[in-house]
Write a protein of this length. Structure first.
Lengths: 417, 528
């Protein structure tokens, strides 16, 4: 076991440092920070979370949330983010402003300022807003509610991630640690370090009994959680967090719950009423689509609505472009006149204006526009002739670097241009 | 003639509870609107057509409580109609815009017709509530509806708090009973997430079976004699059906699966992105970011960005072929199985319902073809619901399924990793506090009862597996941070208020109105 000296294990100091790190990490918007630890192993979690980071991120949802750089598989989402880049939490943030500006009857709650987590009043106009939503300026007296960084407990919780990995999070109060230190002899203080002690307690009541295996993980100062590699499917584990003196003395600060990792190989137990041969078992294994081998890789189908997009088929990347030309016909006439383009009626607005957008194919088009007065006595026909010709090929594989040129000739007869 | 085997198609419908009356237009509410237009209405239409023509079928559908609550919610119903009206307006403009481009013009007409039909069905036929028609199909024995957890909480990572698991399951079953007027035969474990022992709470609710992923059964102990092709029965009598991965893959896989066929409609080319910004701006969400409108004109074409126009006739022909292929493959699979096992196997194929129609535009057609062909073209297999299997084989092997999920990796990695692990210390604490207060308040006064029930709502809403998932994919992460923050903050404020006996009636009422699902909720489910 390592017996490196460490004078930085003062918990209050650590907690302050943790808060500082949290602030930094929120400002650096999720950049991997010094508090993150990598547990080396066969199958490291994509992002082993540092404790302080993990705690602090939710407290500062705005910066953390703005780290959406990864191109989303669901374009709806990714592009919304891009456009909303000014403040990704614009919507929720707007609540307070909504409440303040709501024309709805003032509820008694308005006598006490609403907390940021409180729901705003229902929207007054149930119509789709088309104005960009701006983040509110928090009204005086409001303090953003932060997700608690702790609950005043001394506890460690153990969870199973998969057959090979566990996850533990914990919270230890400074006074608990001080009390533990108080039990140490002076010469034990130097080199004292925080450790996780992982016990394989399969079939045992507690770690007090001789255990199958135990190992320590030295914690870096700011950790409040850890991904633990055990590589031990179908075993039971308990984890202690404590202080380890260089004399080998271990002071327990908290003991976790017990968890059992799942098995990864077929059970050795065979029910004689339901006998199955190895051969038949593996055949069934294959027929269920699992292929061969005892450690199949499961297909990654998942359940949420926004999820299937993660299986978007790959696209062969190459230069591509897309060019279209639309013709917008717009004009105005007497209100309540009727307008038809190519014989199809077009809506005339109350002020008599109308507009229509047509996407043009290549070639020459003659567009007949008939405008009839409200009483039906007068009709005027305007007939633009539009020619669209492209030079340059637009297919993906050929000459796609050429610049397409559009030539549009509109020859309106009449004065509605 | 008795069939050689059985196929159980299971469609899992779920959307997280997203309802924001405080905003006039809320992007994430579109999840529901798109699912109604593209999945729920098309499925209903086809099921009812089959029923009216006397084509027998049996499909299992799970309905999660958040989805049931949103489908029954007048605010969202009204907003859905407005959403449709905008689509009708936009597709009407598209008819004009595409007049000179016949392949697109035809599709514009098709979309316009679809949206108008959707409005007519939603408003007139179903009077804005889609639960009743599903219930009617259930009453006629054509679909077997099954329940799911209260807010699609990921139960294996909740195991620290047994009362929280119990509440997710009990409240889920209660929501089901409110919607369907009966006990559910089966239960969809969210994300197929199974933790040994959770069958206890299913039994308390009278549930007969649940579904797991394949390895949940295959790695069960003792060794399963029939693999995933017969149910396994837990010690307490609740049965588990394992997912068949072969049939799953043929639909799920984007590369090898049917939905990736080049003739099918391309999901990722939508006029919300393709057309001139000014033109589509009125149909975008409040912030003006481009988004999917649902109007898509191209077919998948191939691994290229040079997409060809979509041809619905070709696509529908392909859907029919694929339905035939699916049946053929199942018949083959069953024939092979009969050489290994001494009974008629059941092949369980669960899918997210929203795959059909939303992602895989032709999915509902495929399903209809499948049902018709299963009825007329073959006798080798028959479509059943899992519970029907017990009539054929009432006795099944007892074993303990293995911890598992259908998420990537087969375990909990998707919901427990560096992007979302911080959630659990809060969720666990909330569950602990809820349990504590539920035990301390066996005889509440009216206000305390409301506050405690609202705490339970906030806890349940915070537990939705969707949040952990979205934090991982980072697709709507800002929204999700806010949701977790709000539910946690509201919960803790109520916790303090209850403990200090200072419950503010007005504030509580506003929370009840905002986080509104489960009006029947009784927090004492946490006390046991």
């Amino acid at each position: 076991m390592a017996r490196k000296g460490s004078s930085s294990s003062s918990k209050p100091l650590k907690r302050r440092a943790a808060r500082l790190a949290a602030l930094v990490s929120s400002l650096t918007a999720g950049a991997a920070d010094a508090t993150r630890k990598v547990v080396r192993g066969r199958k490291a979690p994509s992002k082993p979370a540092g404790g302080a980071t993990a705690q602090a991120a939710p407290a500062a949802p705005i910066p953390r949330a703005s780290v959406v750089r990864k191109p989303s598989r669901n374009p709806t989402i990714a592009r919304r983010k891009a456009a909303a880049g000014k403040s990704p939490v614009r919507k929720p943030g707007r609540r307070a402003g909504d409440a303040a500006s709501s024309p709805l009857p003032v509820s008694s709650a308005s006598t006490t300022p609403a907390a940021p987590w409180e729901p705003a009043q229902p929207a007054s106009a149930p119509h789709h807003s088309r104005t960009p939503q701006e983040p509110p300026s928090p009204s005086a007296g409001e303090t953003p509610y932060a997700i608690p960084s702790g609950y005043g407990d001394d506890r460690i919780v153990l969870m199973v991630k998969d057959p090979w990995w566990l996850y533990a999070y914990w919270e230890i109060q400074p006074e608990t640690e001080r009390a533990a230190r108080g039990r140490l002899l002076p010469h034990e203080i130097a080199g004292l370090r925080s450790v996780l002690r992982v016990y394989d307690v399969t079939g045992r009541d507690s770690p007090a009994e001789p255990v199958h295996r135990a190992f320590d993980i030295a914690l870096s100062g700011l950790a409040t959680n850890w991904f633990i590699q055990t590589d031990a499917p179908n075993r039971e584990f308990i984890v202690d967090i404590g202080l380890l003196a260089n004399t080998g003395r271990f002071l327990l600060l908290a003991r976790s719950n017990r968890v059992t990792t799942p098995r990864t190989t077929p059970s050795e137990v065979i029910d004689e009423d339901w006998m199955v041969t190895d051969e038949a078992y593996w055949k069934l294994f294959g027929l269920s689509g699992l292929g061969s081998g005892s450690s199949p890789s499961w297909s990654g189908s998942v359940s949420s609505f926004s999820v299937v997009g993660t299986t978007r088929p790959s696209i062969v990347r190459g230069f591509w472009c897309r060019v279209n030309a639309d013709l917008v016909i717009h004009g105005a006439t007497e209100p309540r006149s009727t307008v038809a383009i190519q014989g199809q009626p077009v809506a005339v607005r109350r002020d008599g204006s109308f507009s229509l957008r047509l996407t043009l194919p290549v070639g020459t088009q003659t567009v007949a526009i008939d405008i009839t007065s409200p009483d039906g006595r007068h009709t005027k026909t305007v007939t633009p002739v539009v020619t669209l010709a492209w030079s340059g090929a637009l297919s993906a594989d050929a000459a796609s670097t050429e610049t397409p040129r559009a030539r549009t000739h509109a020859r309106p007869s009449g004065d509605n241009g | 003639m008795n069939p050689q085997g059985f196929v159980a198609l299971v469609l899992h419908t779920h959307l997280p509870f997203v309802r924001h009356p405080e905003h006039p237009d809320f992007l994430e509410e579109r999840w529901l609107f798109e699912a109604i237009t593209e999945t729920y209405l098309p499925l209903l239409e086809r099921f009812q057509r089959l029923a009216n023509e006397g084509v027998p079928f049996r499909i299992t559908m799970s309905f999660t409580p958040p989805l049931l609550a949103m489908l029954a919610d007048p605010v969202l119903q009204g907003r859905y109609v407005r959403h449709l009206e905008k689509l009708i307006d936009l597709s009407g403009k598209e008819i004009e815009r595409t007049r000179w481009m016949p392949p697109f013009h035809r599709l514009a007409l098709l979309y316009h017709h679809r949206f108008k039909t959707a409005r007519q069905q939603f408003v007139e036929t179903y009077r804005q509530s889609l639960i009743a028609p599903f219930r009617e199909l259930s009453d006629r024995g054509l679909i077997e509806p099954i329940a799911s957890a209260a807010t699609h909480g990921y139960l294996p990572l909740m195991d620290l708090s047994p009362s929280a698991v119990r509440a997710q399951i009990h409240v889920g079953v209660q929501a089901f009973e409110h919607a369907f007027g009966k006990r559910p035969a089966g239960f969809w474990l969210p994300e197929c997430g199974y933790h040994p022992g959770h069958e206890q709470y299913l039994k308390e609710c009278g549930v007969r079976y649940f579904l797991t992923d394949a390895h949940g059964i295959l790695l069960g102990s003792p060794r399963p004699k029939y693999g995933v092709f017969a149910p396994a029965v837990c010690e307490n009598g609740v049965a588990a059906f394992g997912r068949d991965l072969e049939s799953s893959k043929s639909v799920w896989s984007a590369e090898e699966g049917y939905p990736g066929d080049h003739d099918y409609r391309e999901f990722y080319r939508d006029i919300g992105y393709d057309l001139d910004y000014e033109y589509v701006r009125p149909y975008l969400s409040g912030d003006g970011a481009r988004l999917n409108t649902g109007i898509k004109y191209y077919r998948i074409t191939g691994k290229t960005n040079d997409k060809q126009p979509y041809d619905p006739d070709r696509a529908i022909e392909r859907a029919a072929q694929h339905a035939g292929n699916f049946l053929f493959n199942r018949a083959q699979q069953i024939e092979h199985l009969r050489s290994v096992i001494d009974r008629a196997p059941i092949v369980v194929s669960p899918y997210d319902a929203e795959l059909f129609g939303h992602w895989w535009f032709e999915g509902p057609d495929w399903l209809e073809f499948l049902i018709r062909k299963a009825h007329t073209d073959q006798t080798a297999l028959s479509l059943i619901a899992p519970s029907d299997y017990f009539q054929h084989y009432p006795t099944n092997q007892v074993l303990e399924p293995s911890m598992s999920s259908w998420g990537h990796g087969g375990y909990h990695d998707v919901w427990l990793n560096g992007s979302n692990d911080w959630l659990y210390r809060h969720l666990h604490k909330m569950a602990e506090r809820m349990t504590q207060l539920a035990r301390e308040h066996a005889q509440p006064d009216a206000l305390q009862r409301r506050a405690l029930n609202q705490m339970a709502r906030e806890l349940l809403l915070a537990q939705s597996s969707d949040w952990a998932f979205i934090l991982k994919t980072q697709t709507h992460a800002a929204y999700v941070y806010r949701r977790i923050h709000d539910h946690l903050a509201r919960f803790n404020a109520l916790y303090d208020a209850v403990q200090q006996r200072r419950i503010d009636d007005t504030r509580l009422a506003r929370l009840e109105e905002t986080d509104s699902p489960f009006p029947f909720l009784d927090y004492r489910v946490y006390a046991d």
